[in-house]
Design a protein around this ligand. Structure first.
Ligand code: AMP
Length: 417
């Protein structure tokens, strides 16, 4: 039987990795521009870490295994729990706020389909130590900035999990009951409320969606409901900051998010053209998680981009990716000059730092070698020939115009733009 990769995983050929590296570079440079530093946690953790609060949805889909020491371990299904564990274990004495970002693969045993994989990448941030609305606004703005730099059109929805929890507690649900209801609402929207007592009022709040008008309407509808109104007021403060940052958002109180650890503002980003898996980003405030992992009570807020979906959205929306460019291809006019060609290629790589220089490696005759250089979209070819070498020179060919001239080897690096 031929060996195949496991279901739900992918191989990435060089063209695809070029696109992925480019997108990763764009997103991380935005994070860095806000002062965030990159972290990496282990690919597997104690299963208990994710059982505590990542929610039923994730818990059901984890890759859990026992190691030889009979410990239950799990491939990381998300990164927020790992970053909080890292904070409690090693970073708690750092100056706050602590601003961290990551880009790494996650593992969930889900039914594979377009935009849903068993191994997928998330690129995200965690801002630890501030409970202020400015920090909620900062992470949302950072997500918007990254999407803008990637050239994506998107819809940003914001809410506050306290509105939903407040209303659910008013109809008599304890925390466990609320988690269940929230999971239902996450899957089915307002219909997920089911036949709860007082469900009609709840449904009409959850169906509210829109800009400033929806916020006003919600304020009016929640009058007299203390807990949900306090949560909505917090969301309003964040929305004012988003207005001044010129972020285009919609208030969507029916948004629930599958993760149980959220305690405040939550948000999601959707893009057109991805079908059912159109959510490219999810995040929110989680003020209890660090304490739950044995650390001091520390507020935090963050989000994760589904990196694979970002790439798919960029392709769908015709975003620009940089072309592969080979700067120089070094070919030989005869076998006798191969050692010289090798030396010239090495010197060029040193002289043209950051540029790519490829050497002909299959013993091709010159004509075939230049054909190959053209297939590789090389900008220049350097042709090393015995006669030119006698004058310490080579032929430099501009592959676009076909123009070529003899140049001194010592001048070569200067002549390649
Ligand atoms: P979550 O950690 O569930 O909030 O997900 C954050 C983001 O990761 C989502 O918005 C998706 O874009 C992405 N994502 C979640 N699950 C998968 C998956 N199985 N395959 C690809 N992307 C995923």
């Amino acid at each position: 039987m031929a060996l195949e990769r496991p279901r739900g995983t992918r191989d990435f050929p060089p063209e695809e990795m070029r696109r992925r590296d480019y997108a990763e570079g764009v997103v991380s440079s935005v994070f860095k521009s806000f002062g965030y530093g990159k972290v990496l946690s282990p690919a597997f953790e104690h299963t208990e870490l994710f059982r505590r609060k990542s929610g039923e949805e994730i818990s059901e889909h984890m890759y859990v295994f026992e190691d030889k020491g009979k410990r239950s371990l799990c491939l990381r299904p998300e990164e927020t729990a790992s970053v909080c564990r890292m904070f409690v274990q090693d970073l708690r004495s750092r100056q706050l706020p602590l601003k961290l970002y990551y880009h790494c693969p996650m593992y969930r045993y889900e039914e594979p389909q377009k935009g849903r994989y068993r191994e997928f990448w998330q690129t995200g941030v965690e801002l630890i130590g501030s409970s202020r609305p400015e920090s909620d606004a900062e992470v949302v703005m950072m997500a918007c900035e990254a999407l803008l730099k990637l050239g994506l059109e998107y819809t940003l929805n914001i809410s506050h999990i306290g509105v939903l929890r407040g209303l659910l507690s008013e109809v008599g649900l304890d925390e466990v009951g609320q988690d269940k209801a929230i999971s239902g609402i996450d899957k089915k929207g307002a219909d997920g409320v089911g036949d709860l007592k007082g469900g009609d009022a709840l449904r009409s709040i959850l169906r509210l969606e829109g800009g400033a008008q929806a916020m006003k309407e919600a304020m009016r509808m929640l009058e007299g409901h203390e807990k949900p109104l306090t949560a909505l007021e917090e969301l309003r403060k964040v929305s004012v900051l988003l207005d001044s940052g010129k972020a285009d958002y919609r208030v969507k109180l029916g948004m629930a998010r599958g993760l149980e650890y959220y305690t405040g503002m939550i948000f999601e980003v959707r893009v057109a053209g991805l079908g059912a898996q159109d959510q490219v980003c999810g995040g929110g405030r989680y003020d209890n998680l660090i304490e739950l992992f044995g650390g001091p009570k520390t507020p935090a807020v963050g989000f994760a981009f589904g990196f694979d979906r970002l790439l798919e959205a960029m392709e769908q929306q015709g975003a620009c990716f940089p072309e592969k460019d080979l700067d120089v291809y070094v070919a030989c006019a005869s076998d006798a000059v191969r050692p010289d060609a090798q030396r010239i290629a090495s010197d060029l790589r040193r002289g043209l730092e950051g540029r790519s220089v490829e050497l002909e490696l299959l013993g091709r005759k010159l004509g075939k070698a230049l054909e190959h250089a053209s297939n590789l979209k090389a900008r220049y070819a350097v042709i090393v020939g015995p006669d030119e070498l006698k004058n310490e020179s080579v032929t430099l060919r501009n592959m676009d115009s076909g123009e070529q001239r003899m140049v001194r080897i010592t001048d070569l690096a200067k002549l390649i733009d």
